[in-house]
Write a protein that binds this ligand. Structure first.
Ligand code: CO
Length: 633
């Protein structure tokens, strides 16, 4: 009897694929004991996008999540997904950070490190693998599955043999887009079993509906471990449901031995959370089925949809899907998985939206072409390379060899915030987002959110009678803002309210606007809201008349060309960032807009002086929103 063992992915890939990774630790806690008792081979609970989303959107410490889960999972092995040298981020990190990260992840509870490199460039797994082996944890190395003229069964056998030689304790075939067809799966797993000594695991996605058959054929071919998720966290772009696989294999030589009744109790829990949070069941749309054409993995399809929607171009999704395979061929048939899926995805989006291929290339695309992510499976043609990076040279060493150590620097830079070595790692991985999170954490512990400065206004939707979520409002409003990009109130209305507050010397007011109750309050000193005392006279806010005065003819607005997150750009002089009063030159980078996880530099094409910056650092911006006011020379 060769039982098949199962890894449950509900707490990582399941919600990453279906719920934009929005499951909170609190949603997991009540079901952990039951999960621990099932008899799973392992629980994949950490890594991938979960780390980033914890600090970026959930205001959670990912390390604390790991410790909470470890406290509650006493018998079952905990597993994480590591993007090789990129860890849980989107860019390569220096070796010292990779080593620290792996050590700390193990210390906090990870047993099995599943690692992959998007390009199957094994140099990018060396440091990870060496560290995992040194600390005595399980190193599972992935081969990323894709379809291309070079990705034959023999290619996968050769790659995995090298991974075994590097010390992999097991091999995982990672089919992130659900492209592995049942009979190919049989052939591939059989070839791997014949050639390798270590256990073979198969990770696939349901998306186009092949996955159940693919797992069953893999079982016949002798696969050791397979990945599934609890039914409310399965189907669609996630894994196939565990319940189906358990039932399908019952009474066969591959019987999983898992108890369906106990599995349904777990499913009930996730179903309640799903209903409560309003997430859809895993569904497959016709456009999802086209994965067989465009190969875009599930997690990225929803990303592309929402990005296009935000750019008001969702009707062009099919053009983007048609462009993706062309960009992929141009860029050497990289498998589509983070970060190559974003790199190829955004280039395809830009090619479609700008109407000219490679007219604009984000920094990441240039870095990819220069070899900073590793070696593409097929060399990039001279023509495409020159279009993207001109005559800039391409590197041929292991990309991380070019990176300076970062630990000491990160430790220094984060010393006012970091409370642990884990915090320093968080900062090293996502500096901007981490600082925002640390600030929030500090503010929360002082029960003082948000931290306002004197003479700043806070505008919030306090009551929402509309059937939809309230539109996002900036928590801070600058009186001289020229445009705010939200739909509840326009700038004139806001100015009117501010004028009212200034003139009446009241601290705050509430008013009804359409379906929303709006609350505006003014801060006068420290973080204390103004009382009914007269507003402090020093540092009076810019009044409406003055604000309008600056908006004279010579002032040019710099608008956001896309939806994204605004980051201040480093200033060319000694100051760290571009700021009000700075002189700018044509071609100078004013800020960085992060969209689709990529950094896009926004430049000025004229000289002038920055009169105002209308967005706070690390804040989301809408399409067409004014970012800067610049007085032209
Ligand atoms: Co996956």
């Amino acid at each position: 009897m060769s039982k098949i063992r199962i890894t449950d992915t509900s707490l990582r890939d399941g919600h990453q694929s279906l719920w934009a990774t929005r499951m909170a630790t609190a949603d997991m806690l009540p079901v952990l004991e039951k999960l621990d008792n099932i008899g799973y081979h392992s629980l994949e609970i950490w890594g991938g996008a979960t780390f980033d989303v914890c600090i970026r959107y959930l205001n959670e410490d990912p390390w604390e999540r790991l410790r909470e889960i470890r406290r509650n999972i006493k018998k079952t092995k905990l597993q994480m997904l590591v993007r090789g040298q990129s860890l849980v981020g989107y860019t390569h990190y220096p070796d010292d950070i990779v080593i620290k990260f792996i050590e700390k992840a193990a210390e906090n509870g990870i047993d099995i490190f599943r690692m992959f490199d998007a390009l199957n460039d094994l140099r990018n797994l060396e440091t990870c693998m060496r560290t995992v082996k040194r600390i005595g944890k399980h190193a599972q190395a992935c081969v990323v599955y894709t379809i291309s003229p070079v990705h034959s069964v023999q290619h996968f056998v050769d790659t995995t043999l090298r991974l075994q030689d590097m010390g992999a304790d097991s091999i995982c075939v990672k089919d992130m887009a659900g492209l592995l067809a049942p009979y190919v799966s049989y052939e591939l797993i059989q070839a791997l079993k014949e050639n390798l000594d270590v256990p073979i695991q198969l990770h696939t996605h349901y998306i186009g509906g092949l996955a159940i058959a693919t797992l069953l054929k893999a079982a016949e071919a002798g696969v050791d471990i397979i990945d599934t998720a609890s039914v409310p966290m399965a189907f669609g772009s996630s894994q196939p449901p565990v319940e189906t696989i358990v039932r399908a294999l019952q009474g066969t030589e591959w019987d999983t031995g898992l108890d369906l009744h106990e599995l349904f109790e777990i499913a009930e829990h996730f179903e309640q959370i799903r209903k409560h949070k309003g997430f859809e069941r895993g569904v497959t749309r016709i456009s999802d089925m086209k994965v067989f054409e465009h190969q875009v993995p599930g997690g990225m399809i929803s990303n592309l949809y929402s990005q296009l929607e935000e750019q008001k171009a969702s009707h062009r999704i099919n053009e983007v899907f048609a462009e993706i395979p062309r960009v992929r061929a141009d860029l050497g048939y990289a498998p589509l998985v983070t970060p190559t899926s974003q790199i190829i995805g955004i280039q395809a989006v830009l090619n479609v939206l700008l109407g000219e291929r490679y007219k604009m290339c984000p920094g990441e695309v240039k870095d990819y072409v220069r070899g900073f992510y590793g070696r593409p499976p097929v060399p990039i043609s001279d023509e495409i390379r020159q279009k993207i990076i001109g005559h800039t040279p391409v590197i041929d060493v292991r990309p991380a060899d070019l990176l300076e150590p970062l630990w000491e620097k990160a430790r220094q830079e984060s010393k006012d915030w970091a409370e642990s070595e884990e915090d320093i790692i968080t900062y090293a991985l996502f500096p901007q987002v981490a600082l925002k999170y640390f600030e929030w954490r500090k503010a929360r512990s002082a029960e003082d959110i948000p931290q306002m400065q004197p003479n700043e206004y806070e505008l919030a939707v306090v009551e929402n009678k509309a059937p939809v979520a309230p539109p996002k409002l900036k928590p801070k409003v600058r009186p001289n803002a020229a445009s705010r990009g939200d739909e509840v109130m326009n700038i004139d209305e806001i100015r009117e309210l501010m004028r009212l507050l200034d003139e009446s010397n009241i601290a705050d007011l509430e008013l009804q606007k359409n379906d929303f109750k709006i609350h505006l309050r003014k801060y006068v000193a420290g973080n204390t809201p103004a009382t009914s005392n007269p507003v402090a006279s020093a540092a009076q806010p810019l009044l409406v008349e003055q604000a309008e005065e600056i908006l004279d003819d010579n002032i040019t607005e710099i608008l956001a060309p896309m939806v994204g997150t605004f980051y201040a750009a480093p200033s060319p002089d000694a100051d760290p960032y571009v700021k009000i009063g700075d002189r700018v030159q044509p071609g100078q980078t004013l800020c960085i807009l992060e969209a689709m996880k990529l950094m896009n530099e926004i430049k000025t094409d004229f000289a002038g002086t920055i009169v105002d910056i209308l967005v706070e650092n690390a804040q989301p911006v809408e399409y067409g929103q004014t970012l800067f006011l610049i007085q032209k020379d």
